[in-house]
Every structure is written in C-alpha cells, then in structure tokens.
Design a binder for this molecule. Structure first.
Ligand code: NAD
Length: 443
C-alpha cells in the first residue's frame, strides 16, 4: 500500500522504516531539510538499535523515500499518518500546533479520499478537531472529497522501537467507518498474522488508551519509588521487596524497578497532558497528581544523597556521572534525571565529569561550552580525580565495571547508584561507601 508519514522522529521514522520492510511504499515527510537530506543518504539522525539497517534497505529497494515536499507526499498515498511532536505547552497541555498544521496541509492538497491516521499522542477530542480542520480547509478550497480520521496511538519504547514496531503487542485503532477500518487492517496485515492484535474501538477511547497506558506505567514507577523511600526509612531493602511482590502474577515484575525518577519525552508530558484534560472536565485526578509529584521529588534524590554524603560541603568538588540519556539504548535526554542532577550540581558549585555511550552530543548541545561540565569519551575518564561516582542510567556497560580502577581513580570510594545496579554487600566487601535507592540505608 502507498503510505505517507508526516514526522521523521522516533515514531514516524521507525514506523516508516518498518512499514517499508514489509513491502509498503512509504514516503516520510519532515519539515527539517537537513534531517531529510541526511536520511536520503542513509544517515540516521537518532540512535535506535537496528534502524540504520532498515532505512538503508528501504532506500535501496525504493520502498522508502524522504521528502520535505508535503504536496508530493499527500498525492503519493491514500493512508497518511501524522507522527509529529506534541510537546507540553506552558500549562502542561499537549501542544497540538504541529498536528493541526499537518491536518491543514493534508486538506490543502488532497483531491480524493484519504484516511488521516493520527499516531501522535493527543488528548481526547483531537480526532474531532482534526476532522473539523480538514473540513474547513476543504470548504475554503471548494473541494468536495471524502476522508476518514483514525486514531492509531503508538506504544513503542525508545531503545527497542524497531523491535516493538516489528512485533507489536497490540495495534489500537480508533475508527468511525468500515472503510477506514479495512484500510488499517490492510496496513497492519503482516503484523496481525499469528494472532489478532488489532483492538478496534471508537476514536476517543483510542486516544485515552494511550494516555492510560503511559500513566499506568508511570504510576508503577512512582509507587515503587515511594516504597523505596519508605524502605530507606524503615531499614528494609527495596530489591527484596521488589522480588517479593513481583512474584505475584497480579503484580508482575515489569516496571517495578525503583530508581531516580522517570524521564523521557512521554511519561512526564503525558501525565501532565492528562491532568490538564482532567481539569477541563472538572475532575480532580488525585493519583496522577501524586505520580507526578513523587517523580519530581525522586529526580532530586541523587543530589540529596551527595549533599548528605559530603555533609553539605559540595563547593569545589568534582562528581563523576555515568549515564545521561533518560534510559539505556537511546540518545534521548528529554526530561532526563541526569539534567536535573547536572543543574543542581553546577548550581552548588560542583564540577561534573560525565559519560554516556550515546547522549554525549545531546547534552553537549544543551550546555554548550559550560566550563564546569566535561563530557568524556570513555567511562573511565569521567572518574579521574572525582570525589564520587553517581550512576544515573543503567546502560549495560555499567553493570560489571572494573571496581578496582574505580577505586584507584576516585578521590574517595563513594558510589551513589540511582539504578541499584550493584549489591550493597559486595560493594561493602570491596571497600566502597555505597548508596543505592531504598536499600536499607537512611541516606
Ligand atoms: P520527535 O520530536 O522525535 O519527531 C517529530 C518530528 O516531526 C520532527 O522530526 C519534526 O521535525 C517533525 N515535524 C514537525 N512538524 C512537522 C510538519 N508540519 N510536517 C512534517 N514533519 C514535522 O517526536 P517523536 O518522539 O517521534 O513523537 C511523535 C509523537 O509520538 C508524539 O506525540 C509523542 O508523544 C508520540 N510518541 C512518542 C514515543 C516515543 O517514545 N518517542 C512513543 C509513543 C508515542
């Protein structure tokens, strides 16, 4: 099928590559000419495992093209995806300007039936807004043509986006017509072979499904962080508690890892967007408010621990940071805990030596030539003459480091571990002063 996708970011680009892999003829449109130019040369602007191979394969087979020409993309396809950003507005609501702009652009050039598929995460009621924008624009052009709007939220995880799109757990489609439903089934036919994955519903329910999913996951994390904070006060080990509760199939092991707060482009923004929607319908969403509040506080635990370890004597110190991306296997640092920690440390007069396998450039762009922040090429270099090591992101390469070298490089054998990578007992045996999150210590 001929498909166009507006937005060549984490969602649009991965979706375009995966749909071309199964034989669809896909055009991906982005407003950023440099990005489009790079993609047409097979250069991938983001780090996402497996994506480069798929993009190169799609380009060489002629099934994947990138363009800035919206008109060309709209003529190309009957099925047009909107996968542009919906960043938080000042009041926390989802900023829909890019989504609505794309809807207007589609209506500006369409002359025959199109199904407009919204993949961006958008508040309930956006499908109806897209519909009315398209209708108005068609009316102003005196063009009569049929169209459908579909909600098809995306559930991929950054860092595993390609695999998630190739083998989705579920494909949610919010539709209003059989025609649109049939087109959606055709698009996803290849992914729906082994067993039925398509969950069909109305548009508003599909829109809410995406928020409910992200808010549920964020709730699990904040709940566990609250338990971790309690465990610290009570002298219990949250890692034992995690295993103790995860073994109950009603709870399960997924997403109950305590840590130093969730970040990323989705959870914080989606919680706030749903809180905003709740306010609009005069509903006091108490759980969502608490989830967000707990998380904001949790992002400060690493700084607070350092503050306590050094008895408030932080000025002039140097701290080594391992991990900058909001989670492993991505270069994305949006809303990352590392940024909260770096800001707090710099403000407290601390120099930071930080290492990340993928997010160095991102963080470099954010802080420019900030003198007190050094971004190193190797994790070992971040340690040299630092007063303590803080682990912020659980990249695999941090799991079994050379502890002897860490001890030799640091001024003091102090590790503050925001992801509970190591065993407190083992760290003690090795001579470290070690603090995890919720591991029975009160610091
Ligand atoms: P992104 O910021 O990585 O990419 C958005 C892209 O859209 C950018 O390349 C931008 O240049 C382009 N764009 C903006 N306006 C455009 C226009 N008028 N025409 C064409 N291109 C345009 O965003 P993302 O992370 O891919 O997220 C997209 C949407 O998907 C958001 O609503 C997000 O909440 C949702 N989502 C994201 C994830 C994720 O893990 N990143 C997962 C599920 C859902």
């Amino acid at each position: 099928m001929k498909i166009s996708i507006f937005g060549g970011g984490y969602v649009g680009l991965v979706q375009a590559a995966v749909l071309s892999e199964v034989g669809h003829d896909v055009t991906c449109v982005d407003i950023n000419p440099r990005k489009v130019d790079a993609l047409n040369r097979g250069l991938i602007p983001i780090y996402e495992p497996g994506l480069d191979v798929l993009v190169k394969q799609g380009l060489s087979k002629g099934l994947l093209t990138f363009t800035i020409d919206a008109e060309e993309a709209i003529q190309h396809a009957t099925a047009i995806f909107i996968a542009v950003g919906t960043p938080p507005d000042e009041d926390g609501s989802a900023d829909l300007q890019h989504v609505l702009k794309v809807a207007e652009t589609i209506a500006q050039y369409m002359n025959e039936y199109k199904v407009i598929i919204n993949k961006s995460t958008v508040p309930v009621g956006t499908g109806a807004r897209v519909k009315s924008v398209v209708r108005e624009q068609l009316k102003s052009r005196n063009v009569i043509c049929e169209f459908d709007v579909v909600s098809n939220p995306e559930f991929l995880k950054e860092g595993a986006a390609v695999a998630d799109c190739q083998r989705p757990d579920r494909i949610v489609i919010g539709v209003e017509s059989d025609k649109a439903a049939n087109i959606m089934r055709e698009i996803y036919e290849h992914f729906n072979r082994n067993h039925e994955k398509i969950i069909q519903m109305d548009i508003r329910s599909a829109e809410l499904t995406k928020y409910a999913a992200n808010c549920m996951l964020a709730t699990k994390i904040s709940f566990m962080n609250e338990m971790a904070n309690l465990a610290e006060k009570l002298g219990a080990d949250i890692e034992s508690v995690r295993q103790g509760i995860g073994s109950d199939p009603r709870i399960g092991y997924h997403f109950i890892y305590p840590g130093c707060g969730y970040g990323g482009s989705c959870f914080p923004k989606d919680i706030n967007a749903l809180l905003n929607t709740s306010r609009q319908v005069s509903y006091d969403a108490k759980i969502l408010k608490a989830v967000d509040r707990v998380n904001q506080k949790q992002k400060q635990v690493l700084f607070n621990k350092l503050h306590q370890v050094f008895n408030g004597d932080l000025v002039g110190r140097t701290i080594a940071l391992w991990g900058l991306s909001f989670k492993p296997e991505t270069d994305d640092t949006r809303e990352a805990t590392s940024l909260v920690l770096i800001n707090a440390l710099l403000e407290a007069g601390v120099a930071v030596q930080a290492y990340d396998p993928q997010a160095r450039a991102e963080v470099g762009n954010i802080y420019g030539d900030q003198e007190e922040l050094t971004l190193t090429d190797k994790k070992e270099d971040a340690l040299i003459a630092a007063d303590a090591l803080v682990i912020v992101t659980e990249w695999k390469e941090f799991r079994s480091p050379n502890f002897e070298l860490i001890q030799q490089s640091l001024n003091y054998p102090i590790i503050v571990d925001g992801r509970n990578l190591y065993s407190p007992q083992k760290m003690k045996q090795l001579g470290f002063i070690y603090y995890g999150v919720g591991r029975g210590e009160s610091i």
